[in-house]
Design a protein around this ligand. Structure first.
Ligand SMILES: [Zn+2]
Length: 1147
């Protein structure tokens, strides 16, 4: 009886389906009348319906005959019936595919758009001369021979002497000895293990020893550790700690969450971890950092000097500078200088910088030029003990009997070191990695040195006044002796412009490997940076809105805790063994898990804040119910996948959040469960969309996942609701067509039209560009800019480097290649081309790389750049480094090329043949370009990697490296934990209207390139509603700005400030608003941008809309510790190019 029910039920279902299908066909034909239907299409449909009717009649006949035989209860018959029903379903499906296959929307042809008028001070930096300087690093590189003679005791220097009697009781050398401990928040141990095993004891000891004697000093930097320690202290110990901070015994230098890497880091993340640390130390202790301290980052950037300067720091110290540069600077007593930005016209960014002269920051290399002697003054190496002196002369405890001799030996080193500097003040660091973790060590260092100081005090004729002193006390002494003010230029000090990359510590050991090591985490870092910025902004808007309107429901406290955790986890990774990829495998895993936590926190915050802000009635908002962001990363080492939106005929909402402060037109892509879709914009208008197959591999497409793309229009800092629904006959939706040049193509029946072609050159295009590809390799050959007709050679190729032989080989830090790059043989790879009205792409499957070049047919900046994506896998290789090269016809003279420093500024490089390949590799955090008089070619990158431009016209980007051995810099392992790693670039050809200024040492992106870069990294956040959930009424469009900001003003952050740092994390009333005015090269016209140039004028009253209503704005220093008084809301504020401005906003 049951079987009867099933069969009759099924039959009834088939009949209903068929009837519904027929009805829909006729309805849609009627509805379609408004569309342009030609007679042929109508005829086609009638023919199809007729054929359907015939087929359906046959099916029903068959079903009837089977059912008649059912009285015998035969299961074989039932199975047969099932098959018939399946076939019927399948054939209907095939018919439907026929409908969509035939449906191709004609691509829209977009116009280029008007040119953005640029003038005045917007252009002034690019057009003006280089800033004046006494030492220019490019010139130093041109002049230096980079010979490496043996300098004796100071191996990389020379035999230093000083005039006898130069220092005496009337002309004292003021020596500041500064105990320090370098504590890496993760390297060969995990962050928390370092804390519990070493850093906590260090800080406990420091507090005890400083409190016991007011003459003692100590310097410390990493707030990520300090905050853990602080939270472990009793109130009385906190009071004790506040006392040694207040009286100047304990100096917190830089005050960042970490001592950040300076090569791979982006300035947004540098600023963020600086604010987190500065805010923390100031809130808990009242301390404000005055000096910068960077003894271990592997090369140094002027961006750091700028950020420290604008945070109120008066002097800074750096250590890892190329040994030949150190020697060169030391020769002319130029190891201390005012570091000036390459774009700074009036020297307002000048920051006093001290370069440590010798090989390392350990004691043997800090008291003077002779490590064998200096080692004897590292009293932690006294025997018996944990440490010793490799020069085999151990330290002696200072006694009355030996103090005269020992002091004489030491001050000889001091005087030699002092002769490398201009002033009569001398700085002597006294420490090493994780030192002072045992009380005995502290005792030995503090007591023995005090004995020497006391002896020198009693013997002024020796000419040395020595004491424990902080870095700030040392800088103050320089100013006191020169009669200058802290922060100003001491008398006769030189000005230096340029950077300190690429670092070498000896021989040809250039540290350019770490620009690329662990690229998976480098990519993940940038993804979290963009998510954190979106989360910060969306959270601030939602929290402010809630308080303003006295609402409740938005979980402010809970999300603020997630936000602070995300800031700190991302901040931790900016450490110089984090983003650099120079930690042990299990430490990389630990960082990865923290990054994943940060990523997930940000996604939760964005989802909740954006959905709260989108509710038409805010009381309808419920946490974690209606929406879910579209990205998922399951594990710390897995690729991001996308949520599949389950579409039905009922419209489903997707919220799109643009965190940028100008309107944005861009193609967005979502993953959906059905290929046939209709998309409606905020006004309910149906817009063109395209569905692409989702590929499981080169040949197999998913049957239940598809990629849906459409062009969005989003207001400045706004949220727009789009609606998508399943429409079998949507005339606005196109299915991509697929062409295979090699490879079999999908074996299963496809909903998409698939064709196979023989090798021949082929192309894809959009409204603005045509990209041509090789028919045999599928790799890009040229790009033609349609508006000018200019065709640019742009040959993409892949290359590999091996590791050279011998004892010293490439590792996590070092790049020591076995010669020039070798072309990677690509053979005849599978080439798969997809074309459609909105997105066209070429995928090539070669050994180690899945390589995709994509063109978006969009009126926005994405329509005028070539998107390049690689999925790299070198997990099965040994000692191999992979690079992608783009060779163009740009004639960059003298092989000059530009790369960015921290995404903040561009600096010029030249290829030096006197240097090895590894010395000509530079960090690529954001952008590189080459140019001639007519054309500029830029590579914009969505992740930090290494870059070189070894031949005219080419840019080479390092993609991944796997290295089997340690490179002897303390890590104790190679780099073998490679992952399948994504990386993404935009390629941009621009036409110069005026030739570049040849002598210029800095570069500036065009306005267009700036916007294109922002669009690449600051992605549109896509937040679809959860399926089968009834969503309350939503605002269809919502912008939080009254007036968009000009093109060259970037909202770096809108950061909610924390109320207090003792106890529970809560949001305070104020927000930090950070604006950065970008520096622009006006010699490259920029058209089609949806923003204006206002010469840097911004009216703060106009900035946010009335629903948020700013009450008061106060200008402050970069990390918000030095207030500069209220700023008028009504007057125009003028921002200078390149400058970052911080404000505290009261709502
Ligand atoms: Zn370190």
């Amino acid at each position: 009886m049951k079987k009867y029910m099933v069969v009759w039920g099924a039959t009834f279902f088939v009949v209903v389906c068929v009837s519904l299908y027929l009805m829909m066909e006729s309805v849609s034909t009627n509805m379609g009348k408004s569309q342009e239907l030609d007679a042929r299409l109508v005829e086609d449909k009638i023919a199809r319906i007729q054929s359907d009717i015939v087929k359906n009649q046959q099916t029903i006949k068959e079903i009837k005959s089977y059912v008649r035989s059912m009285s015998h209860g035969d299961s074989a018959v039932l199975e047969k019936l099932q098959r018939v029903l399946d076939q019927q379903e399948a054939s209907q499906g095939a018919e439907l595919q026929g409908v969509v296959k035939g449906n191709q929307v004609k691509p829209q042809v977009y116009q280029s758009g008007g040119e953005v008028k640029l003038s005045g001070d917007t252009c002034s930096l690019a057009e003006g001369p280089n800033p004046e300087s006494d030492i220019q690093m490019m010139k130093v590189y041109e002049e230096l021979k980079f010979e490496n003679p043996d300098g004796g005791a100071w191996k990389q220097g020379w035999r230093v002497t000083y005039p006898e009697g130069k220092w005496n009781s009337d002309n004292l050398l003021h020596v500041f000895v500064l105990p320090h401990s370098h504590t890496d928040p993760g390297w060969v141990k995990k962050y928390m293990d370092y804390y519990t095993q070493q850093t906590k004891p260090i800080l406990d000891n420091v507090l005890n020893f400083l409190s016991a004697d007011p003459r003692r000093r100590f310097i410390y930097a990493e707030l990520s550790f300090f905050s853990l320690w602080w939270e472990s202290l009793s109130e009385s110990r906190k009071q004790q700690a506040r006392k040694v901070l207040r009286n100047g015994q304990l100096e917190i230098a830089t005050g960042g969450w970490v001592m950040n890497d300076e090569a791979n880091t982006h300035y947004a993340a540098m600023v963020d971890q600086l604010i987190e640390g500065n805010q923390y130390i100031h809130a808990v202790s009242g301390f404000t950092p005055r000096s910068g301290w960077a003894i271990d980052p592997f090369g140094h950037t002027p961006t750091m000097a700028y950020l420290l300067n604008r945070s109120g720091v008066k002097g800074m110290l750096v250590q890892r500078v190329h040994y030949a540069i150190k020697k060169h600077l030391a020769r002319s007593q130029n190891l201390e200088f005012m570091w000036r930005q390459l774009w700074d016209k009036d020297g307002s960014s000048d920051t006093l910088c001290h370069v440590m002269p010798f090989y390392s920051y350990d004691v043997p290399h800090t008291c003077g030029p002779d490590p064998k002697i200096c080692c004897q003054f590292d009293f932690a190496r006294m025997s018996p003990g944990r440490y010793n002196c490799p020069w085999r002369v151990p330290p002696q405890a200072i006694t009355e009997g030996n103090v005269a001799d020992r002091a004489a030996m030491l001050i000889d080193q001091y005087k030699k070191k002092a002769s490398l500097y201009r002033s009569n003040a001398l700085f002597i660091p006294l420490g090493d990695d994780f030192r002072y973790d045992q009380a005995e060590e502290c005792e030995r260092q503090f007591n023995n040195y005090q004995k020497i100081f006391d002896y020198l005090d009693k013997n002024p004729q020796l000419g040395v006044k020595a004491q424990f002193g902080t870095l700030s006390e040392y800088f103050d002494k320089i100013h006191e002796l020169s009669g200058s003010e802290p922060g100003s230029r001491p008398r006769e000090y030189p000005v230096l412009t340029g950077d300190f990359f690429t670092y070498a510590d000896k021989d040809d050991h250039y540290w350019s490997g770490y620009f690329t090591s662990r690229p998976f985490q480098k990519q993940m870092d940038r993804n979290i940076e963009t998510n954190l910025r979106s989360a910060e902004i969306a959270f601030s808007l939602a929290a402010v809105y809630q308080r303003k309107h006295r609402l409740s429901g938005f979980p402010e406290d809970q999300l603020m805790r997630l936000l602070v955790e995300a800031r700190r986890n991302l901040g931790l990774f900016q450490h110089h063994d984090g983003i650099t990829g120079t930690a042990k495998d299990f430490v990389v895993v630990d960082y990865g898990e923290r990054l994943l936590k940060a990523e997930n926190n940000c996604k939760t915050i964005i989802t909740e804040a954006v959905s709260f802000l989108s509710m038409a009635t805010k009381s309808d908002y419920k946490q974690n119910i209606f929406f879910d962001i579209d990205e998922i990363r399951k594990n710390h080492d897995s690729l991001i996948t996308k949520n599949v939106i389950q579409v039905s005929d009922k419209p489903s909402s997707v919220l799109l959040f643009n965190s940028l402060t100008h309107p944005r037109q861009e193609v967005v892509t979502l993953h959906v469960s059905d290929p046939n879709i209709e998309v409606k914009d905020a006004k309910g208008k149906v817009i063109t969309s395209q569905t692409d197959p989702f590929w499981k591999d080169s040949n197999e497409m998913s049957q239940d996942r598809f990629k849906l793309s459409f062009v969005t229009e989003l207001p400045a800092m706004g949220i727009v609701r789009y609606q998508i629904s399943q429409r079998k006959d949507s005339s606005s939706n196109s299915l991509a067509t697929v062409t295979y040049y090699h490879g079999d193509g999908p074996s299963s029946q496809s909903k998409f039209s698939v064709e196979k072609k023989e090798f021949s050159e082929f192309s894809i295009d959009n409204s603005f560009l045509e990209a041509k590809f090789s028919g045999s390799t599928g790799l890009l050959q040229s790009v033609t800019v349609k508006s000018t007709g200019e065709k640019h050679r742009s040959e993409v190729s892949f290359h590999t480097y091996g590791a050279r032989g011998g004892k010293e080989r490439s590792g996590a830090y070092l790049f020591l290649p076995d010669g020039k790059a070798k072309p990677l043989s690509v053979g005849h790879p599978v080439i798969r081309v997809m074309r459609g009205p909105l997105v066209s792409e070429v995928s090539v499957f070669i050994n180690h790389v899945q390589h995709v070049v994509r063109l978006y047919n969009s009126p926005g900046v994405d329509g005028k750049t070539v998107d390049m994506f690689n999925l790299v896998d070198i997990q099965n290789e040994v000692n191999l480094e992979l690079a992608v090269k783009i060779s163009t016809d740009v004639q960059n003279s003298e092989r000059e090329f530009f790369t960015d420093l921290n995404g903040f500024q561009m600096i010029k490089h030249k290829v030096f043949d006197k240097l090895p390949i590894q010395a000509n590799v530079y960090p690529l955090p954001a952008m590189a370009f080459i140019e001639d008089d007519k054309t500029r070619f830029s590579v914009l990158t969505a992740q930090s990697l290494g870059v070189a431009s070894l031949k005219t016209g080419e840019i080479q980007v390092m993609l991944d490296r796997t290295l089997n051995q340690d490179d002897m810099r303390g890590l104790g392992q190679g780099v073998r934990d490679n992952k399948v790693t994504p990386n993404r670039f935009r390629l941009l050809f621009e036409r110069r209207s005026t030739p570049p200024i040849k002598a210029k040492l800095s570069g500036f992106p065009s306005m267009f390139a700036h916007v294109a870069y922002l669009h690449l990294v600051q992605k549109i956040q896509k937040i679809p509603q959860k399926s089968s959930i009834e969503v309350p009424p939503l605002l269809s469009e919502n912008s939080f700005l009254s007036v968009p900001l000009p093109c060259d003003v970037h909202l770096l952050n809108l950061r909610s400030l924390q109320k207090s740092y003792d106890g529970d994390i809560k949001r305070g009333d104020d927000s930090a608003l950070l604006l950065h005015r970008l520096g622009v090269d006006c010699g490259i016209p920029s058209s089609g941008l949806q923003c204006k140039d206002t010469q840097g004028k911004v009216k703060l009253r106009d900035l946010f809309n009335d629903a948020l209503g700013v009450k008061e704005i106060q200008r402050t220093s970069l990390t918000l510790l030095h207030d500069k008084g209220p700023t008028s809301l009504d007057s125009d504020l003028t921002l200078s190019p390149m400058e970052i401005y911080s404000f505290k906003v009261k709502w």
